[in-house]
Design a binder for this molecule. Structure first.
Ligand code: GAP
Length: 469
């Protein structure tokens, strides 16, 4: 929903020049596959493969740990994807959750006006102006076709609830998790007995019928969100907004995103979403430009006031200290594990030359890496070596994600693990059978050290715990 940032002459270089490198690695190594690929795929839906699901789950766990587990003032919630349709009328989504859509009069393809060339720098009001296409003589670049004036295209997916498919049965697939937290404000407040300021965190699927999805998993029609609604005294909102903004920025940096590739961008007044008093995006320098990674929004009392009015429920907070009743303001942190995992993947990508050969590695933070450790035999033909590997593997698997591989020579096995971001490899060789020691190799430095086999699991677990932000 936000505008494309203008080009900055002092721009930093992206971690990879083009998306192709990441898309092909993701497919080849089982991070992300096109959905329903055997039927030709379905636009803007992607499936997470064996490694991708681990990476995304790790991102979600890291977020939950930082936002819920580590804090006394935030609790979790898992609301339904389908909600009472009135929720989306009250929230303003039925009326305002839209993008400016234009259609080419030659090929009848439809586009988001603000993503067409020639619209850079246009304000949100310009983008809704019915004369804008004619004034700027905008055309479809591919066939020179004239374009229709923009019309507002609502991004919510609709479906029917129950056996009758009529207007009264329409329900929406949620386009954000936030509303589930607002309509449960009273339930959570009463059951958790939290005092302001306190937050509700949610992680789950959202759906948007994006006009121009794309850039791989950056903009999808089915995706996940990780959002936290922080309920505050109105006078504290501005200060807490700034605190959450830098805290969320620092979370990405702590998990390895290069700080120079992160920046803040405040929304212009006419660009603000219908609910926001102030919004700042944490942007990342993707290979296709600076784009929103996460948004932090000061939503004021918009949501709770509207829901209170429309539902007739009293959603006020009673402040015992001051004896006042009031509707809390909301500071929202709104990110998504798909976009975050994508960012971590891009930013971790490394190519270098080692002994005359190209080495590709993913310098993922150990907590995010799909496998923490790989157990590798130097000689798979020696049953005692394989057996020792299996013993180490079984022990490691009790506590962490570990994998065994013996389908190539050791050099190639290391390269494979480097390419999927496994921080440590444990190698069992002939000497291990004699001295009971194994080699632990580090992904980033490629250094190797000899460790007694009985201490290897603790070493890995200690390193994992030391790396945790
Ligand atoms: N509740 C506020 C809200 O939904 P948003 O900026 O529209 O704000 C928040 O979305 C985050 O959700 C984005 O920063 C992004 O990480 C993720 N997100 C939104 N639309 C997405 C899409 N089409 N595909 C993938 N992730 C998306």
């Amino acid at each position: 929903m936000s505008k494309t940032p203008t080009t900055d002459p002092n721009d930093v270089a992206p971690a990879v020049a083009g998306l192709d490198t990441i898309v092909s690695l993701a497919k080849r190594r089982g991070f992300v596959f096109p959905s329903s690929e055997i039927y030709g795929g379905i636009n803007a839906v992607w499936d997470y493969g064996p490694l991708g699901v681990e990476l995304k789950n790790n991102v979600k766990r890291a977020w939950w740990r930082a936002m819920v587990q580590a804090r006394d003032d935030i609790v979790g919630l898992d609301a339904g994807i389908l909600m009472h349709p009135q929720v989306w009328v009250t929230s303003g989504h039925v009326g305002s959750f839209s993008d400016p859509l234009v259609e080419c009069l030659v090929c009848h393809q439809r586009f988001r006006l603000d993503e067409m060339s020639g619209t850079e720098g246009l304000s949100a009001s310009d983008l809704q102006d019915p004369t804008v296409v004619e004034r700027l003589n905008l055309r479809h670049a591919a066939d020179g076709g004239r374009l229709t004036p923009p019309r507002r295209f609502n991004l919510m997916f609709k479906t029917f609830m129950g056996p009758v498919e009529d207007e009264a049965a329409i329900v929406y697939l949620r386009p954000e998790t936030a509303q589930g937290s607002y309509v449960n404000f009273k339930n959570v407040l009463q059951s958790s007995r939290k005092k302001l300021p306190f937050g509700i965190a949610q992680l789950g699927k959202s759906f948007r019928n994006e006009i121009s999805p794309g850039n791989f998993v950056f903009r999808m029609r089915e995706f996940e969100q990780m959002e936290m609604q922080y309920f505050v005294r109105p006078a504290e909102a501005a200060q807490l907004f700034e605190e959450w903004l830098s805290r969320r920025h620092d979370w990405y940096a702590a998990y390895g995103v290069t700080p120079a590739r992160l920046r803040y961008r405040e929304h212009a007044p006419d660009e603000l979403a219908h609910y926001a008093k102030k919004a700042v995006d944490i942007e990342y320098r993707f290979p296709f430009g600076w784009k929103e990674l996460e948004g932090v929004h000061n939503r004021g009392d918009f949501d709770l006031s509207r829901h209170a009015e429309a539902s007739g429920e009293n959603l006020e907070y009673f402040d015992q200290a001051s004896g006042e009743h009031f509707i809390p303001s909301i500071v929202e942190t709104a990110g998504g594990p798909d976009r975050a995992a994508f960012t971590f993947l891009i930013d971790a990508y490394r190519e270098e030359e080692v002994r005359g050969e190209k080495r590709v590695s993913l310098a993922l933070h150990p907590e995010l890496a799909p496998y923490k450790v790989a157990v590798l035999p130097l000689l798979k033909k020696r049953p005692e070596i394989v057996e020792m590997c299996q013993r180490i593997l079984a022990d490691l698997k009790r506590d962490t994600m570990a994998v065994y591989d013996d389908t190539a020579a050791i050099g190639k096995l290391y390269r494979r693990q480097d390419e999927i971001g496994t921080p440590w490899c444990v190698t069992v060789d002939v000497d291990s059978l004699e001295d009971g020691a194994v080699t632990v190799r580090d992904r980033d430095s490629m250094t190797q050290e000899r460790v007694p086999v009985e201490g290897v699991k603790q070493l890995i677990l200690d390193r994992l715990s030391a790396a945790r932000p």
